[in-house]
Design a protein around this ligand. Sequence first.
Ligand code: LLP
Length: 460
Amino acid sequence: MSDRDAGAAAALENPPARRVSDWDAERLRGLADAHETPLYVQDLDRVRENCERLLAAFPDADVRYAVKAHTGRRVLESVRDAGLDAECASAGEVDRALAAGFDGSRLHYTAVNPPARDLDYVVGVAEAEPELTVTVGAVDTLDRLAERGYDGRVCVRVNPGVGAGHHEKVTTGGAAKFGIPYDRAAEAARAAAERFDVVGIHAHAGSGIDPDQLDSHRELVARMGELARDLADPDGEDSDAAADVAPVDLEYVDVGGGFGVPYEEDAPALDLSAVADATREAVAPLPAGVDLAIEPGRYVVADAGVLLTRVNTVKETPDETVVGVDAGMTDLLRPAMYDAYHPVRNLGGGRERDGSDAPAPDDRPATPVTVAGPICETGDTLCRDRALADPNRGDLLAVGVAGAYGYEMASQYNSRPRPAEVALDDGTAAVARRRETLGDLTTVEREAGRGRTDRPEGDR
Ligand code: LLP
């Protein structure tokens, strides 16, 4: 049995979604006691399960992990070992993927208005790793690559004119910022093939596509199939190319990521094999030798992570009960930025006002509360009007489905050190990112004061 077949068999065993209620409360309480809060916990076993499910549902596709969802070293290594490639959005992500052991043939750099520093870096990497692919969404970017002497592997990013996603801020497909407009894409790809090795076409509908948005995704996929046929056969009926135009030999059609995960406790999990069937059907028939590629980020890591936070203040007001916790929008930005829903579970452990132990959460009434962080902004609210087992000071809360775009979007706003993260690997816990200290907040200032340039030797 090949590794991929073995993975497919294992994938049938693992559940399509892990809910916050599925986590072992005792274990999480122990981790919070040992490492303090706020604390991210990322379960690498679940990351591997998610990879296996994707590979099993898309057995003939190239599966590329969109690294931006979680760039932790241990996560990247787990994804690499599971057999996924890496899709990177910046020089920093390429650097981290290389450090985690992805070689050039498994690296895809998606250049969105790429800063010169990023292009310089990636072109440098490509000299040593010529199998790396650069995905380009503007003719200008092609010119800037050529100016740097790059003539290697290029994938043309297309704006398919149709998008989807959990919020308008992450609905990418129709946004002019991304990709070459669909009507001009074939011409741009043919012109690019005169200067580069054009190996793929790419489109991404958006992030967190719900089951009810799958029609838009299918439309995007169908358009990409049509474009691939046009490029392979410019004399065919899908093409309006001029006579004597050379075919472009693609290796793949990348239809992006965006596979949604259920955040709400009762939301259904995505039926991945149905999505895979619909994708294959919509893109078909692909020209001979052209593979399908996908780029899931969230699906790989979201339900493998929780954020643990401690209740520090309970305030009754005439309108609502505000439960103050030690994690804020600096630790988990998604609720403030996208009004995103994250499930919250009270794991208990707190005390009553008189100092006695509070009862176990299951034995408390559920009360609607607002959970708010320590940042001086009204938007720093994890949830409102949410029924939680009556919180007490000292209780530990688990914020679920926090493994994607959680730590990744953390900041030091309000001079808050970023939280620690623990990785669980085959049941064993190890610190994957230490908690930042107050001293870390001023490292870059102190280094500047010592006359260091903003790009010291060897920082890349
Ligand atoms: N490929 C490309 C080119 C992308 O831009 C993205 C996400 C993905 C793949 C992966 O999408 P996913 O499978 O993770 O949905 N911070 C936001 C999400 C922004 C995603 C941006 N691009 C959030 O927290 O919801």
